[in-house]
Write a protein that binds this ligand. Structure first.
Ligand SMILES: [Fe+2]
Length: 260
């Protein structure tokens, strides 16, 4: 089973570079599933029903999220429907939406789970125990499990991946918007990368305009972040999983920058 995971799509620049690249990516990697973190698609913060549809139309199968999932309130009613947008599983049960989904395609089954970290993040339930609470049930339906761990701390993401090594197919970190160079398969077969990176502005500060972010650091004053203009970058991860065992066979970083 081949999977393409697109790192956090940030603003219009991210949406455009993905739209312009997706046919080539499909030709090159022939993915059975395309998953994308889309919590920053609406001007860097949140997602709307229209932008969710845009991603689904170009071929994204499931959109994962994180701390900005509820930033745009228009998305709330949509999250109650059976749509392919996940919120972190370890949010309170009363929160709209669901934290995992099982897809069936090309005679394969894939479960995608979304969790968020607790280190330097908003308070939420334990991501380790949240996944423990569903994993046995999920495995009855899908041998292959991919987890988007949306978190700030590298240590928390690594601990999570090592803890679940051999029990899930892949742990892909998101949220920092910086792609890490540590893609690997752990000893018992779980593919892991600390962060898939960002699909968005190449010349900003993790997507936002340089001016606003630098000003915030210089003055400490609140600042309204806009998206950086200019060329884009596409960060993604390509995975190959064994359908029979649920283990990873291959993981590879993708990092493309638009030409001037
Ligand atoms: Fe985030």
């Amino acid at each position: 089973m081949k999977i393409l995971f697109i790192g956090d799509i940030y603003g219009k620049t991210g949406r455009v570079i993905l739209k312009n690249s997706i046919t080539k990516l499909k030709d090159e990697y022939s993915p059975d599933y395309i998953i994308a973190n889309g919590e920053n698609v609406d001007r860097g913060k949140g997602i709307t029903p229209t932008l969710l549809q845009e991603l689904l139309i170009i071929g994204v199968d499931v959109v994962t999220s994180g701390n900005h999932i509820y930033a745009k309130k228009e998305i709330l009613p949509a999250m109650e429907e059976d749509i392919k947008l996940l919120r972190p599983l370890n949010y309170p049960k009363a929160c709209p939406g669901k934290g995992y989904i099982i897809l069936n395609k090309n005679n394969t089954s894939l479960c995608i789970i979304n969790v968020t970290g607790r280190v330097y993040m908003e308070p939420c339930d334990d991501p380790f125990l949240s996944v423990e609470s569903i994993i046995d049930e999920v495995k009855k339906e899908a041998k292959n499990i991919l987890i988007d761990f949306h978190g700030e701390a590298t240590s928390e993401k690594a601990a999570f991946a090592w803890y679940f090594d051999g029990r899930v197919s892949a742990v892909i970190g998101t949220h920092t918007h910086v792609q890490t160079a540590d893609d690997r398969i752990l000893p018992f077969g779980t593919a892991f990368i600390t962060d898939a990176g960002m699909t968005g502005p190449y010349e900003g500060i993790i997507g936002a305009s340089r001016e606003a972010v630098i000003d915030k650091f210089l003055t400490g004053m609140p600042s309204y972040f806009t998206c950086q203009e200019g060329k884009g970058q596409l960060n993604a991860v390509f995975l190959e999983l064994c359908e029979q065992t649920g283990k990873a066979i291959h993981i590879e970083r993708i990092n493309k920058v638009e030409k001037d």
